[in-house]
Ligand binder design. Structure first.
Ligand code: GLN
Length: 312
């Protein structure tokens, strides 16, 4: 009797999961106190292809707050609602080579360098469509939900934990308000940004959300057009150059895919027109990227020859 067919993607995810559980280097983020409660052993790996097939290994059902992995999706929503030229007036697209929470803005203009670092993401949250704060809140949560293909909820504990301790982001917001780049009240901008970071997702959601960007803005499970092809492509482009902060250059050399990381341990990577990859494990390296998730994505890219700059 023939052995049942197991997809090579599923095989590699299982193999990576088995091998990476032995890696225990890195630290769980604690500067947002509630994040420190994460189980450091969690490891989830998921791939969603554009035909809607899902491949998963490990803890792909564990909910965690999306944190900075929300940034490219909210950027895509802002591009959809405002258009590239208007968004560029407020947030640049230049890599910084700095940490995610660096207190550094463009000289003279005071504009944040890009939407993948905290300063740029705080401004970007205020640029999504909506006549008032409540409408913008709704737009962000329903937009993230449309990317995931299901209704996402917000983790109230992580939200209050970050609001209570987020002085560095508050300082950034005041600087940008002083420079006239952030035009709404500082606390309104922070409320939007902290809430988007506290949206609860699973590793499976991350794969589907990323496949939606990889598919030009169309969710492969629901068929819904969430953002335009242009908005999705521009979000992926900025992920490629800025998505893993001061590791972005080395990441692109090694994995060759647009990616985005977050402090709860999530990481996404996209192969345009093909698939979205989600990975999650809470221990972070010194640059704030998940140790096991980075290792998993880099190996997956190498083993399947996904590097975008290499001829296939
Ligand atoms: N909410 C977090 C913060 O602003 C997100 C940072 C991250 O995931 N890198 O600090």
């Amino acid at each position: 009797m023939n052995a049942p067919f197991v997809s090579p993607i599923k095989e590699l995810l299982d193999d990576l999961h088995a091998r990476l559980t032995d890696r225990r280097d890195g630290e769980v983020a604690t500067y947002i106190p509630e994040l420190g409660k994460a189980d450091p052993e969690w490891l989830g790996l998921a791939v969603a292809t554009l035909d809607g097939t899902l491949y998963e290994a490990g803890d792909t059902d564990v909910p965690f707050t999306i944190q900075s992995v929300s940034k490219p999706f909210v950027y895509a929503l802002a591009l959809q609602d405002r258009g590239l030229e208007d968004v560029l007036k407020c947030v640049g697209v230049e890599p910084t080579g700095d940490a995610f929470n660096a207190v550094r803005l463009e000289p003279v203009s005071g504009r944040p360098y890009n939407p993948m670092v905290n300063s740029g993401a705080i401004v970007t949250s205020t640029l999504v469509g909506g006549a008032n704060q409540e409408e913008r809140r709704g737009r962000i949560l329903s937009g993230l939900s449309a990317f995931a293909g299901r209704a996402l909820e917000v983790d109230g504990k992580v939200l209050s934990s970050e609001s209570a301790t987020g002085d560095r982001n508050r300082a950034l917001a005041y600087l940008m308000h002083g420079a006239g780049v952030l035009t709404c009240p500082v606390e309104d901008a922070l409320a939007l940004y902290f809430e988007q970071c506290a949206a609860l997702v699973t590793t499976r959601d991350l794969a589907v959300m990323t496949a939606t960007l990889a598919g030009g803005g169309v969710n492969p499970l629901t068929g819904e057009t969430v953002v335009s092809v242009e908005a999705a492509a521009n979000a992926l482009t900025v992920m490629a150059t800025c998505g893993t902060y001061d590791y972005a250059g080395e990441w692109l050399v090694r994995a060759g895919l647009p990616a985005k990381s977050g402090v709860s341990g999530g990481l996404i990577a996209a192969l345009p027109s093909q698939l979205g990859l989600g990975a999650f494990s809470p221990r972070l390296d010194a640059r704030g990227n998940s140790v096991r998730a980075v290792a998993a994505c880099e190996e997956l890219s190498t083993r399947f020859g996904l590097h975008l700059m290499r001829p296939s």
